[in-house]
Design a protein around this ligand. Structure first.
Ligand SMILES: C[S@@+](CC[C@H](N)C(=O)[O-])C[C@H]1O[C@@H](n2cnc3c(N)ncnc32)[C@H](O)[C@@H]1O
Length: 320
């Protein structure tokens, strides 16, 4: 014991403050713990699986991964950015299909594949709310898939849209894909849960209805786009839609289970048993109510340098 120095009478050295942990856990789900973000969904294996599976469903519903007229660029030397790429299902598929184009995927949590990926993709761990590490006018096509819950409406307006405009070439395209937060023809049992969720999102400064009415207008207000289009596709939750309806139904129930920890634990409005009862009843109730979600693709061309756009582009609603 003689070589253990006595601490008696000695001052303790101050312990260096530890950085906050990168993640926090709620009800067994892992969430990011990054400062200054409103993003409420988990970042764990279950969520990676859900997002990847969902990608294939949405691609099937839309009969393609994008609506912008960028095919020619993709087949040649296009430079493409996917903001908030998550596990990378969209970008992995695009990069395999368009091997001559060069792709960059960004996410602030490194849940994208580190090594096993096509050689024409670079993944970067980056917070989109900070300046993007690309020079002005670098990209032919910038894509944002399901990023609504990542930003407040003010962040869309003051940070995300201006930064996307900065890194897009004159004549390049921006495409945003979103889903309505509220169901159309919702089962009544689900209404309080959706209402709590919407209330929570709004309390964080998120606009849960941004795709329906606001995003197209925010783009038009910049007066930087020569064309803006808004298309809507329906995600059906009935057996009439065959295998797609079944897949869509399972996917949306999984989404409601994903947000359960926030509604049950953080908001405390519904008990776990009540929540589970509603989840159990949804397949039957979706069928009876003929429930569906609207999905949006808003795509816009940054004005080519030679075109003046006094007054900004008109917003074309193309209801499919
Ligand atoms: C709902 S997921 C969508 C993922 C993918 N785009 C898709 O369509 O499946 C949103 C993604 O945005 C990422 N994200 C949220 N806020 C971000 C930010 N400020 N910067 C970068 N990525 C962010 C999250 O980590 C998550 O992977």
């Amino acid at each position: 014991m003689g070589n253990i120095a006595s601490t008696k009478g000695k001052k303790r050295r101050p312990v260096a403050a530890l950085p906050p942990p990168a993640f926090r856990w709620i009800d067994g789900r892992r969430f990011n713990n990054l400062p200054n973000t409103v993003y409420p969904l988990p970042s764990d294996e279950k969520e990676l699986d859900r997002l990847s599976l969902q990608h294939f469903l949405y691609r099937f519903l839309w009969k393609g991964n994008f609506c912008s007229p960028v095919e020619r660029k993709l087949k040649t030397d296009g430079l493409i950015l996917d903001i908030g790429c998550g596990p990378g299902a969209w970008i992995l598929e695009m990069a395999s299909q368009y091997q001559r184009a060069k792709f960059f995927g960004l996410d602030f949590v490194p849940i994208f594949p580190a090594e096993i990926k096509p050689s024409n993709i670079t993944f970067l761990q980056t917070n989109v709310l900070e300046k993007l590490p690309f020079k002005d006018g670098y990209f032919d096509f910038v894509h944002l898939g399901l990023m609504n819950f990542a930003f407040t409406e003010d962040e869309w307006k003051s940070k995300v849209i201006p930064e996307v405009i900065r890194v897009t070439k004159d004549g390049g395209w921006l495409e945003i894909e979103e889903i309505d937060t509220a169901l159309t023809n919702s089962p009544s049992s689900l209404v309080p849960i959706t209402d709590f969720w919407i209330e929570y999102l709004e309390s964080q400064g998120i606009n849960p209805h941004i795709a329906e009415h606001t995003l197209g207008k925010l783009l038009a207000d910049t007066e930087k786009f020569s064309e803006i289009h808004h298309r809507i596709e329906i995600i059906p939750y009935t057996e009439q839609a065959g295998q797609t309806g079944k897949m869509a139904k399972d996917n949306t129930i999984l989404y409601y289970k994903t947000i359960a920890p926030i509604i049950i634990t953080q908001l405390g409005n519904v008990s776990a048993t009540e929540y589970e009862d509603v989840m159990q009843s949804l397949p039957r109730e979706f069928e009876m109510c003929r429930s569906y979600h609207n999905m949006h693709r808003i795509f816009a061309q940054k004005a080519p340098a030679e075109i003046g756009i006094a007054g900004g582009a008109a917003l074309n609603n193309e209801i499919l």
